[in-house]
Design a protein around this ligand. Structure first.
Ligand SMILES: C[S@@+](CC[C@H](N)C(=O)[O-])C[C@H]1O[C@@H](n2cnc3c(N)ncnc32)[C@H](O)[C@@H]1O
Length: 270
């Protein structure tokens, strides 16, 4: 990670060291984030904090507080459902790759301006794209950075994560400051979508992210900045029935089962 900037307001949080052997790492995280630290004997004392950064042998995760809360979510680019050996269907992976324009030998450079849990970035890097990942939430960026570090030690994915570069930053500011020499071919956008929170099908990871981040309210600005820097296309991921990100109609739409990708060809806008 190179730079650190402010993010949305987030709920009060604490760091929980889930085992004695994670205490040192947890203390470093607590200091970095300026959050209070609790150890394994103090679980009930964490209940005043709705969300915890949960540090255990697996890695750095996010969990609701409370003894009966579900297991933490931990980004895992190797073994998890999202990871290299995971169950995410190859059809979903194909759609993301098609949407950014992976075809034949063509591997566009991608700026993933809303990196989140890094799933889409990882798919694109697996298909050979160099991906710059931007994430403004310090908590999400912390989890992503931890996952990338773990993946760098795994022979199965080391080459893939070598193509992924993370910056903790606001993407609007990052894109506005880019020099034309560094413009990516594709900007990929998947902002938090408020309607998602009511759907029964919303996955555990997304519900926790919604609790942490709320909705992204600056998507118009993000889209405008993306159109200025993408030399080939801007791709916007949307829930299947959601309106487009602005009134501008996409040039193409790639439809999936639960979502779609709206493609704005920036060359056509010149
Ligand atoms: C729906 S999630 C993205 C999920 C991601 N596509 C994946 O595959 O895991 C949206 C993420 O974008 C981040 N985000 C939204 N607006 C941003 C901005 N202007 N700059 C940086 N990150 C942003 C949010 O903090 C959130 O983590």
């Amino acid at each position: 990670m190179t730079d650190v900037q402010s993010s949305n307001v987030q709920p009060a949080m604490a760091v929980f060291a889930a085992s004695g052997s994670c205490l040192e790492k947890s203390a470093a995280v607590a200091q970095q984030m300026s959050f209070p630290l609790f150890d394994v004997s103090q679980l009930s004392a964490t209940e005043e904090f709705p969300l915890l950064i949960w540090v255990d042998e697996t890695g750095i995760g996010l969990r609701q507080s409370g003894k009966k809360a579900p297991n933490p979510i931990v980004i895992d680019f190797v073994g998890g459902a999202l990871g290299f050996r995971g169950k995410r269907s190859s059809h979903t992976k194909e759609l993301v790759a098609n949407a950014v324009g992976v075809k034949g030998d063509n591997r566009p450079t991608v700026l993933d301006a809303t990196a989140g849990l890094g799933r889409d970035s990882f798919i694109l890097a697996s298909r050979g794209c160099a991906v710059t990942m931007l994430e403004r939430s310090p908590v999400v960026a912390l989890m992503l950075g931890d996952a990338l570090q773990r993946a760098q030690r795994d022979a199965e994915v080391v080459d893939v994560v070598a193509r992924m570069q993370l910056h903790q930053t606001n993407a609007c500011e990052f894109m506005q400051a880019l020099s034309p020499d560094d413009y990516p071919e594709v900007v990929y956008l998947d902002p938090m979508f408020p309607e998602r929170s009511k759907a029964a099908s919303v996955k555990k990871e997304m519900r926790l992210l919604q609790q942490l981040l709320g909705a992204d309210t600056d998507t118009g600005e993000l889209f405008a900045a993306a159109l200025k820097v993408a030399t080939r296309r801007v791709v916007v991921k949307r829930p299947r029935l959601a309106p487009c990100i602005t009134e501008l109609k996409p040039h193409h739409v790639v439809e999936g089962k639960s979502g779609r990708f709206d493609i704005y060809n920036t060359r056509a806008l010149d």
